[in-house]
Design a protein around this ligand. Structure first.
Ligand code: ADP
Ligand code: MG
Length: 352
């Protein structure tokens, strides 16, 4: 089911949280609303769900205008961070509850519960109560309950936030598998860029109630429209270095390092103050445009090691390396920047 937000506006009292947002979610697509806390992700999701009444604009499911349709009549399945299972009911009763409300017959409910339980792999848990389940199992039950009515749209608000790291990894691929098996259109609200990148067809990244960029994960990583987007995606994060474009090159002032730029960017912006973004995988020993600085931080991340290299003016570059270098904190190093992979931004953070 295609979802369309057309100049969707939402206020609380005199405070406008979302101002004329346009968003199209394609049929069968899973999209992430990604952004920091308070940027309006849940507000947008709750408005699609029908929990919030909108203050302006329209919401369409397919060609149907649902702007003033109640949540029950929108046929949406919702999963919240808190799971919100009924503690006194068994798993079977929890999952079947939406159908009981619809007054479906007992055998019919049983058949559908068994079917959905098999899909989310919880057949053996049906007689337990939520208190007897792990976080991941509760999450599967919440998913089953959201899906049992065969909703047109699946809405997920930070569904993995309460799970520990291992379970989060497992449920990431499970939710994606179930979404793909059912072909349901899904919206995932998350502040976690890894979740958004790994689970969704497209990401809509939000800042202060607005969508600042919407595209496929890899494209957003490679072609961010701004320093905000570039900084949001990638862990460890991209490093920014200020300098000036001169004679076809970016000049870093504290080391006088000159990094060659693409001819088009260099020519159009000669003499301009800019900042460049360098991702940790593109700052490595042995190749590229050499720049020297002092190692100020080392963090082993298991398979890889992160190094911070501080330039004379205090600017920090990050390098992620799979082979542990013999360098220690305080060592002076000269490592290379891959000039082909740097991103150039103007002083306001807009990508050039
Ligand atoms: N029911 C509400 N009443 C008043 N303000 C709200 C309400 N819900 C959310 N807000 C405000 O709207 C903004 C966006 O909130 P929310 O959509 O929950 O952010 P997110 O989910 O991105 O963290 C925040 O400033 C929040 O305080
Ligand atoms: Mg939220």
């Amino acid at each position: 089911m295609r979802i369309l937000l057309d100049k969707f506006t939402k206020s609380f009292g005199s405070l406008t949280i979302i101002d004329e947002m346009d968003l199209e979610i394609h049929d069968g697509e899973m999209i992430a609303l990604l952004g920091g806390s308070g940027c309006g992700k849940s507000t947008t999701l709750f408005s699609i769900c029908g929990i919030h009444k909108v203050n302006g604009g329209r919401i369409l499911f397919g060609d149907r205008d649902v702007t003033n349709v109640t949540s029950q009549e929108r046929n949406v399945g919702v999963v919240f961070q808190s799971f919100a299972l009924y503690p006194h009911m068994t798993v079977e009763q929890n999952i079947g509850f939406p159908l009981k409300l619809r007054k479906e017959t007992k055998p019919e409910i049983k058949r559908k519960v068994d079917e959905i339980a098999a899909m989310v792999h919880i057949e053996e848990l049906l007689q337990r109560r939520p208190g007897e389940l792990s976080g991941g199992q509760q999450q599967r039950v919440a998913l089953a309950r959201a899906l049992i009515r065969r909703p047109d749209v699946l809405l997920l608000d930070e569904p993995l936030a309460n799970l520990d790291a291992t379970l989060r990894l497992e449920m990431r691929s499970e939710i994606r598998r179930i979404q793909q098996e059912t072909g349901i259109t899904a919206v995932l609200v998350t502040h976690d860029q890894v979740e958004a990148m790994s689970m969704c067809d497209r990401i809509a990244i939000m800042d202060k109630g607005q969508i600042v960029q919407i595209t496929e994960p890899r494209d957003m990583y490679d072609n961010p429209v701004s320093d905000f987007v570039a900084g949001f995606l990638g862990s460890p994060p991209i490093a920014f270095v200020k300098g000036r474009i001169s004679g076809g090159k970016f000049v870093e002032p504290s080391t006088a390092t000159k990094i060659p730029l693409g001819a088009k960017i260099a020519k159009a912006n000669d003499g301009r103050e800019v900042k460049i973004g360098i991702r940790p995988e593109y700052f490595q020993p042995g190749s590229g445009t050499m720049i020297s600085g002092k190692i100020s931080f080392i963090e082993s991340q298991g398979r890889e090691t992160l190094y911070n290299v501080t330039l004379p003016d205090g600017t920090i570059l990050r390098s992620i390396q799979s082979r542990r270098s013999p360098s220690k904190i305080g060592d002076e190093v000269e490592w290379g920047i891959n000039a082909d992979q740097i991103l150039v931004f103007d002083q306001d953070g807009v990508r050039i």
